[in-house]
Design a protein around this ligand. Structure first.
Ligand code: BGC
Length: 775
C-alpha cells in the first residue's frame, strides 16, 4: 500500500459510539485542522481569511450551478449579482478551457479580493472519452485499470477547466431497484473500499498534497455520505434506517478507505439516516469524519440538500436548515442558497459563531492554495492542452480495453460463443440496441457526445468485414418511453409488435440469432428507480417468439443494474452483460463476441431471480433455520415460490475457457495473534483458449460474540493463464483480515474457528479450508 504524506491521521476504527443521532460529542468543532498540515499553507490561508469580510467568507461557502456570464459580461441574474459581490466560491456544470477562463476572468474582475473560483463537475466515468459505467468497470476486478480510467477522466477534465470532481460515488448498493447502482462498485465493502481507493488515486493523481499544484491533478469527492445505497425499497432519495453495526461494517468502509487514500472532499447524502438527514448529521460529519477519521478536506452538500431538510421535517425553514447544516460541519452549500441568505443573520443573532464560518472557509481556501489557483487562477484553462488531451487516440484505446474487461459472460450453452470469424454463419441481428447509439455511454456521461459512440452494428461490421460471418438486421421492437408525469410507461409510445414478424422471418433464415436488448440509458442513474427489473417493454415477448424458431440465441444486454433474467437464463443460449460500455461500445462488444478478447469480468452485484428476493447479497447472516435442501418443506427459512439462491451470485462470470481449482492448502491449522497463515490453490486453464480468472478468497468466522456473515470476501487476484497452464495462487491471512465489530462495537479479531474458500465465485465452495485463531 502506498504511503501518503498527508496530514490525515489513520485512526483505528475503534468504538463507534452506539448512536446515530445528533448529540454533539465532537471535539473542537471551531478549530481548523488543515488537510495538508503544512504551516506555510496554513499561514497563507490565515492571511487571506484576515482580509475577508463576513459576507465574503460566506460567499466562499456558496456553490452555484451553471453560468453567470455568457459573452464575457456578467448576466443580469441572481448568480451574476452574487458574483459581483465575490459571493460564489465554486461553480459546477460549466466546461471548456476557454469558457471557464472567461468565467474566472469575470470573477477576478468584479470580486474585491479576487479569490479564484473553484470549478467542479460530475466526471463519473470519463469526460469526453466515456468509459463504461462504474458498476461495469468494477466487474473487471482490475484496480489498476480503474485507476487508469479515472486518471484519463481527470486528464481530460483538468484540460477542460475542471479542478474538482464530484466522484467517486462509493455507496455500497444491494438493491438493484435503485437506479444509482450504476454509479458505484456494487455490494461488497471489501472490494468497494479497494475500488474507492483506486478511483481516488486515479482522479486526484497525487503522491503527496504538493502534487496538487500540477496541471493535471484535481480534487476528488467521496459521495454520498452515507447510506444512500440503502434507501428504503430502492426508491431514490428515500429514508434509510439501519443498525449502527451495518453502517460501520458495510456502508462506512469505502469512505474510510477514501480518507486513507487522501481524498479531498466529501459530499452529503440526500437521505436521512436513522431519522437525521445526512446534511444535518453531526454524528456523521463531526464525530466520524472529522474527529475519528481526522479528515481535513472539504464537505459539500448534495444538490439543494440543505433546503431539503425542510421537506424531511427536520428544519422549520431554510434559515433553520442552514443553522443545522453549519452546525453539522458542512463547508459548502450546493444550490440551496441557505448560507448566502441566512448565515450572516445567524451570526448576528449569535446562533452561529464566526469561528465556525472561519473553519469552513479555511478548508475551502486551503484547497484553492493547494491547487495553485492563487498563483494561477487559469491553471486549468489551456485551450491548446484541451485540444491535445481530450479524446486522444490513447484514451480511446484505453476506453476500448476497459470496456472489454467490464463485460460479463453470464451464459454460454454449447459454446455458442465466440462467433468465430472463419466459420460461415448467417447471423440475424435483432433488437433495439443493434443500432442504438444514444444509450451506450449510460447516465452521467457528462460531456460524452452520444453521436460519437460506436454502435454494436458498426463494431460488428468492422470486426467481421473480411470474414465468413454475414449479418442481416431487423429491429424487432423499440425501447419503451417513460412518461415522468404519470410515472408510467407512456401509453402513446409503447412499443408494438409490428416489427416482430420481420424479425422472426429473418431469424428463421439464419443460423444464429444475435439479439441486443436492454434499458434506455436514463432508466438507471439518479431518479431512475424501478419496481420491475425485467427487460422493459415487450423485449422478452420478442425473445419468446424468436425462441420458437429453434435457432440458437445470443443475447447482448445494455443496462445499468442487475436485471431479472430468470426467463432469459433458461431459454437463450448465451447472455453477454455489456452494461453501458462507453464510447467504444460496439468495438468492445465485438471484441468479446468474436473471442478476440476472452471475457474475464465477474459480477460485483448479485442478480436476483426476481424482484421479490431483493435485497439479496452474498454476505448474509445465517438464520436459526437455515434452508435444508433435503428437507425443503420443514419450516426452514425459504420462500414457497422461489429458491433462496440468486440467479447469478456475486463474483460470478464465465470465460470461453475453463478453469479448474485444485489442491487447496493451508500452511497451518492455527493462527497466532500477530502471525500469518498462507492459503493457496492451484488453478489450471483446462480449456482451449488463454484467459484470465479472478480468484477469490472468502472467510467465515464460525462463532462470534455477534453472528457473522456466512462468508466475506477478504482477498482476490486476477491472473492470466495460457491454455493448459497451472498457477498456484496464494493469499495470506493475518489477524487484521479476521477483524469485526464485537458486541461492544470494538474492532477486534475474536479467537475461535474459521473457514475459508478459495473460489471462482461467492457460490463456489469446492475448495474449503479450516483454521482457528488462538490466543
Ligand atoms: C447528485 C450528485 C451530484 C450533484 C451535482 C446530485 O443530484 O446526487 O451525485 O454530484 O447532483 O450534479
Amino acid at each position: 500500500m502506498r504511503k501518503m504524506k498527508l496530514s490525515i491521521v489513520v485512526l483505528s476504527l475503534i468504538s463507534p459510539l452506539v448512536s446515530c443521532g445528533n448529540a454533539d460529542n465532537s471535539v473542537n468543532s471551531t478549530q481548523w485542522k488543515s488537510y495538508s498540515g503544512d504551516p506555510v499553507i496554513e499561514r497563507k490561508v490565515d492571511s487571506v481569511l484576515n482580509l475577508m469580510t463576513l459576507e465574503e467568507k460566506i460567499g466562499q461557502m456558496n456553490q452555484y450551478s451553471g453560468n453567470f456570464a455568457v459573452t464575457g459580461e456578467v448576466a443580469e441574474t441572481k448568480a451574476g449579482e452574487y458574483l459581483k459581490k465575490g459571493m460564489i466560491g465554486s461553480t459546477f456544470n460549466t466546461f471548456g478551457a476557454d469558457h471557464i477562463r472567461m468565467l474566472q476572468e469575470q470573477n477576478l474582475k468584479y470580486s474585491r479580493l479576487k479569490i479564484p473560483m473553484l470549478f467542479a463537475a460530475d466526471v463519473i466515468h470519463g469526460l469526453e472519452t466515456t468509459f463504461p459505467i462504474p458498476l461495469a468497470e468494477a466487474c473487471s476486478w482490475d484496480l489498476e485499470l480503474m485507476e487508469q480510467s479515472a486518471r484519463i477522466a481527470a486528464e481530460e477534465a483538468t484540460a477542460s477547466g475542471i479542478a474538482w470532481n464530484f466522484a467517486p460515488m462509493i455507496d455500497i448498493a444491494r438493491d438493484p431497484r435503485w437506479g444509482r447502482v450504476m454509479e458505484g462498485a456494487g455490494e461488497d465493502p471489501y472490494l468497494g473500499s479497494l475500488v474507492a481507493r483506486a478511483r481516488v488515486r486515479g482522479f486526484q493523481g497525487i503522491e503527496t498534497y504538493k502534487d496538487f499544484s500540477k496541471i493535471n491533478t484535481m480534487m476528488a469527492t467521496s459521495k454520498h455520505f452515507v447510506g444512500y445505497g440503502a434507501v428504503q425499497a430502492g426508491r431514490d432519495y428515500h429514508s434509510v434506517d439501519m443498525s449502527v453495526r451495518t453502517l460501520h461494517e458495510t456502508y462506512l468502509p469505502p469512505f474510510k478507505a477514501a480518507v486513507d487514500e487522501g481524498v479531498t472532499a466529501f459530499m452529503t447524502a440526500f437521505n436521512d439516516l436513522n431519522g437525521v438527514p445526512c446534511t444535518g448529521n453531526k454524528y456523521l460529519f463531526k464525530e466520524i469524519l472529522r474527529d475519528r477519521w481526522g479528515f481535513g478536506g472539504m464537505v459539500v452538500t448534495d444538490y439543494t440538500a440543505i433546503q431539503e431538510m425542510v421537506a424531511h421535517g427536520f428544519a422549520r425553514d431554510l434559515k433553520h436548515a442552514t443553522e443545522l447544516a453549519i452546525d453539522a460541519g458542512i463547508d459548502m452549500d450546493m444550490i440551496s442558497e441557505g448560507f448566502v441568505t441566512y448565515l450572516k443573520e445567524l451570526v448576528e443573532e449569535g446562533k452561529v459563531s464566526e469561528k465556525q464560518i472561519d473553519v469552513a472557509v479555511s478548508r475551502i481556501l486551503e484547497m484553492k492554495f493547494l491547487l495553485g489557483l492563487f498563483d494561477d487562477p487559469f491553471k486549468y484553462c489551456n485551450a491548446e492542452r484541451q485540444k491535445e488531451v481530450v479524446m486522444n487516440p490513447e484514451h480511446l484505446k484505453a476506453a476500448r480495453e476497459v470496456a472489454q474487461r467490464s463485460i460479463v459472460l453470464l451464459e454460454n450453452k454449447n459454446n455458442v460463443l465466440p462467433l468465430k470469424k472463419n466459420e460461415p454463419k448467417r447471423v440475424a441481428l435483432i433488437g433495439p440496441f443493434v443500432k442504438e447509439r444514444e444509450s451506450l455511454t449510460g447516465e452521467w456521461a457528462i460531456k460524452g457526445d452520444p453521436d460519437k459512440s460506436v454502435t454494436l452494428m458498426e463494431g460488428l461490421e468492422e470486426k467481421y468485414k473480411d470474414s465468413q460471418v454475414k449479418f442481416s438486421y431487423a429491429k424487432g421492437t423499440s425501447l419503451p418511453v417513460i412518461d415522468r408525469t404519470t410515472q408510467k410507461v407512456s401509453t402513446t409510445r409503447v412499443p408494438d409488435r409490428s416489427g416482430f414478424s420481420e424479425a422472426i422471418n429473418l431469424a428463421r433464415t439464419s443460423d444464429v440469432i444475435l439479439v441486443a436488448m436492454g434499458e434506455k440509458f436514463h432508466w438507471s442513474g439518479e431518479a431512475a428507480s424501478r419496481t420491475d427489473i425485467t427487460l422493459p417493454g415487450n423485449q422478452r415477448e420478442l425473445l419468446k417468439e424468436l425462441k420458437k424458431t429453434g435457432k440458437p440465441i445470443i443475447l447482448v444486454l445494455f443496462n445499468g443494474r442487475p436485471l431479472d433474467l430468470s426467463w432469459e437464463a433458461e431459454n437463450v443460449d448465451a447472455i453477454v452483460e455489456a452494461w453501458y460500455p462507453g464510447i467504444m461500445a460496439g468495438h468492445a462488444v465485438a471484441d468479446v463476441l468474436s473471442g478476440d478478447y476472452n471475457p474475464s469480468a465477474k459480477l460485483v452485484m448479485t442478480f436476483p431471480r426476481n424482484v421479490g428476493q431483493i435485497p439479496i447479497f452474498y454476505n448474509v447472516k445465517n438464520t436459526g433455520r437455515p434452508f435444508d435442501e433435503d428437507n425443503p418443506a420443514d419450516y426452514r427459512s425459504s420462500y414457497i415460490d422461489c429458491p433462496n439462491s440468486p440467479l447469478y451470485p456475486f463474483g460470478y462470470g464465465l470465460s470461453y475457457t475453463s478453469f479448474e481449482y485444485d489442491n487447496a492448502k493451508i500452511s497451518s491449522k492455527k493462527l497466532e495473534r500477530g502471525g500469518i497463515l498462507t492459503v493457496s490453490v492451484d488453478v489450471t486453464n483446462t480449456g482451449t483458449m488463454d484467459g484470465e480468472e479472478v480468484v477469490q478468497l472468502y472467510i467465515h468466522d464460525k462463532v462470534g460474540s455477534v453472528v457473522r456473515p456466512v462468508k466475506e470476501l477478504k482477498g482476490f487476484k486476477k491472473i492470466h493463464l495460457k491454455k493448459g497452464e497451472t498457477k498456484t495462487v496464494e493469499f495470506t491471512i493475518d489477524e487484521e483480515r479476521l477483524k469485526m465489530y464485537n458486541l461492544d462495537m470494538e474492532w477486534v479479531a475474536e479467537p475461535g474457528e474459521f473457514e475459508a474458500w478459495i473460489a471462482s465465485s461467492s457460490a463456489d465452495e469446492s475448495n474449503h479450508l479450516e483454521f482457528s485463531l488462538v490466543e
